[in-house]
Ligand binder design. Structure first.
Ligand code: PLP
Length: 401
């Protein structure tokens, strides 16, 4: 007998489980549109040239050692990450009131932020959008926060339920934490307009709601790093406080390197210093200190003007390919005369399209067409190519008929 005999098998992760099922499928036409990872036109994972170049430089530098990083990570990486999201001329950075710690990609940054808030912030309720990335409720719940949701997506328009959002945030208790997707909302691909962001900002500041931005797609939505950071910057530029979790998984293609950052923008440099001292106490017993390699790659690229430029070009190419796939899929459905309005495919932003397909239709497409996606009907546009668009369009056409 095992001392673990009572352990029951847990369910597969709803997103990563899609890949598990995909890997078991023997069909030559199988297509994985589940996980949000960029693929080339040939359907292959992509390592950016600028990343290869940075890695080569790191390997060739014999002065480099493998010592532990400090608890908060690589200092250059932290400084440059804050600049990237807040803007090089951000007054908050100039006034030294931002503390940034290197964490394990976006997820780790969210978790460290959540653990800090659970210990040191007076209000333990966090509002997350409905729907949101499936990991959010668990990340915040396991950190000890109480998770509630605010209306975000309107299935009728396949757009933003702005009225519902304002009502729900308007009736949240003063001081509550609000999780905001900085851009390219996952899974819906629906973002507020700049005017709507400004209204959200005013409402949140008037009620002292604390913004916690999740920035997993900076540069991936529009192809422009600054444009995709505007939501965060309007909140920082009003002088108020907020948290930002950054991930380099998508925009630098560093998925498995687990490189990200948590920044907490505070009122004063003194507060920021004290906050950082407490972040260290959160991190030390969790994983002691973060890994060196990914952060070194990012710092190498961000601090070199030419490499940074090269990155922005490669990033734009990824964003543009996704936008092209939206158009191709939309055109393919139009040419098939597929029933329904599919214009949301070209209106939505970022890596995903929230198709509006229900779980039965998704199951049908998996069974009959070997197409894998999450059961909420979300497809990763980055997993599509010109070659696979017709197959997907055939499947959607058959599913909705
Ligand atoms: N937040 C959102 C909205 C995401 O979509 C993702 C990745 O899919 C993440 C955070 C975290 O990703 P990672 O931990 O790989 O950086």
């Amino acid at each position: 007998a095992s001392v673990f005999d009572h352990v029951v098998r847990g369910p597969e992760d709803p997103i990563l489980g899609v890949t598990v099922a995909y890997n078991k499928d023997q069909s030559p036409v199988k297509l994985n549109l589940g996980v949000g990872a960029y693929r080339t036109e040939e359907g292959k994972p992509l390592v950016l040239n600028v990343v290869r170049r940075a890695e080569q430089m790191l390997v060739n530098d014999n002065s480099r050692v493998k010592e532990y990083l400090p608890i908060v990570g690589l200092a250059d990486f932290n400084k440059l990450s804050a600049k990237l999201i807040l803007g090089a001329d951000s007054p908050a950075i100039q006034e030294n009131r931002v503390t940034t710690v290197q964490c394990l990609s976006g997820t780790g940054s969210l978790r460290v932020g959540a653990e800090f808030l659970a210990r040191h912030y007076h209000e333990h309720t966090i509002y997350i959008p409905q729907p949101t990335w499936g990991n959010h409720p668990k990340v915040f719940g396991f950190a000890g926060l109480s998770v509630k949701s605010y209306r975000y997506y309107d299935p009728a328009t396949r757009g933003l339920d702005f009225q519902g959002l304002l009502e729900d945030l308007g009736s949240a208790p003063s001081g509550a934490i609000v999780l905001l997707h900085a851009c390219a909302h996952n899974p819906t691909g629906v973002d507020p307009t700049p005017q709507q962001w400004e209204q959200i900002r005013q409402l949140m500041r008037s009620k002292a709601l604390l913004p916690f931005f999740d920035s997993a797609y900076q540069g991936f939505a529009s192809g422009n790093l600054d444009a995709d950071a505007q939501s965060v910057r309007i909140f920082v530029n009003d002088g108020g406080e907020c948290l930002v979790a950054q991930s380099y998984a998508k925009n630098l293609g560093l998925y498995g390197e687990r490189v990200g950052a948590l920044s907490i923008v505070c009122r004063t440099a003194d507060v920021a210093g004290r906050v950082e001292s407490q972040l260290k106490l959160v991190i030390r017993p969790m994983y002691s200190n973060p890994p060196l390699h990914g952060a070194s790659i990012v710092a190498t690229i961000l601090k070199d003007r030419n490499m940074f430029q090269e990155w922005t070009i490669e990033l734009k190419a990824m964003a543009d390919r996704i936008i092209t796939m939206r158009q191709k899929l939309f055109d393919a459905l139009c040419s098939r005369g597929t029933p329904g309005d599919w214009s949301h495919i070209i209106k939505q932003i970022g890596m995903f399209t929230f198709t509006g397909l229900n779980s039965e239709q998704v199951a049908f497409m998996t069974k009959e067409y070997h197409i894998y996606m999450t059961s909420d009907g979300r497809i990763s546009m980055a997993g599509l190519s010109s070659k696979t668009v017709p197959h997907l369009a055939d499947a959607i056409h058959a599913a909705v008929k």
